[in-house]
Design a binder for this molecule. Structure first.
Ligand code: DGL
Length: 274
């Protein structure tokens, strides 16, 4: 019997399910293992050290569950932990395994969407404070002008299922106005948090029609298709049995209920103690 070697997809909670959904659409033949650290979410307001510590623990867990390739489907973890994990931990921990994030695939293509050359980024306080988006965008498109806005309440709005409330509307409107008041020429906005696709209708309502919104699910999935093509050794290692397992560090009842909303299909999770 061959051992299952699923592709690991990690998020602080539910947000990564919006990414997993697109990955499975584009690469349906693989086995997947999703881990949501719901018991310790949100990560967005936590310190660099804490996010790094929690993320590394989850990556080790996914490695122990036979994942050769792990996607950090969380901007906060990608911004605060990925570089350290790739450069400091992987060489000793598991030199042949790989961990990829969501920021790079997004920054690689953002320039294709903007006519004005003015970009907006929305994210958690942690992602925005890390400056990861402006730094990464500069590497690919040094002429783009990037302005950011931290949206500390957007993840709690989604996690608490308060999307359809008046308060949500006014918070979202305020953050978007703040961003546009920093730069009136923005024509492309990156939703730099995997929770935000759930708010897309509200966001669109408060933005002029000429602004393009970039959600990460499809972009990250395309990036992974490309990565796998360029890395046949990894392609061979990942098993292809079309299974998807969901794990949460919190209650499975809550995960299954909210998770289905993010994943767009029924989700049945197992509890995992870290
Ligand atoms: N989904 C995470 C992200 O993409 C944020 C959620 C959190 O704050 O834990 O940044």
């Amino acid at each position: 019997m061959t051992t299952k070697k699923p592709i690991g997809v990690f998020d602080s909670g539910f947000g990564g399910l919006t990414v997993l959904k697109e990955i499975v659409k584009q690469l349906p033949e693989y086995d997947y293992l999703y881990l949501g650290d719901n018991a310790r979410a949100p990560y967005g307001t936590r310190s660099f050290e804490t996010v790094y510590d929690y993320t590394l623990q989850c990556v080790k867990q996914l490695f122990a569950m036979n994942c050769e390739l792990v996607i950090l489907a969380c901007n906060t973890a990608s911004a605060k932990a990925l570089r350290n994990i790739q450069q400091k931990d992987l060489p000793t921990l598991a030199p042949n395994k790989r961990v990829l994030g969501v920021i790079r695939p997004t920054t690689e293509i953002v320039g294709n969407f903007s006519k004005t050359g003015h970009i907006g980024v929305l994210g958690t306080p942690g992602t925005i404070a890390s400056n990861s988006y402006p730094i990464e965008i500069e590497k690919f498109y040094p002429n783009l002008i990037v302005n950011q806005e931290a949206c500390p309440m957007w993840v709690p709005i989604v996690e608490n299922n308060e999307i359809e409330t008046k308060e949500a509307d006014s918070i979202i409107e305020k953050n978007l106005n703040n961003l546009l008041s920093k730069d009136k020429n923005i024509d492309t906005i990156i939703l730099g948090c995997t929770h935000y696709p759930l708010l897309i209708n509200k966001i669109k309502k408060h933005l002029p029609d000429n602004i393009t919104l970039l959600s990460q699910g499809e972009i990250v999935a395309k990036g992974l298709v490309d990565y796998i093509k360029r890395h046949p050794e990894m392609e061979k290692k990942c098993s292809k049995g079309k299974t998807i397992e969901f794990y949460t560090t919190d209650s499975t009842i809550n995960f299954d209920k909210a998770g289905s909303m993010f994943y767009g299909k029924e989700v049945k999770s197992k509890h995992l103690e870290l």
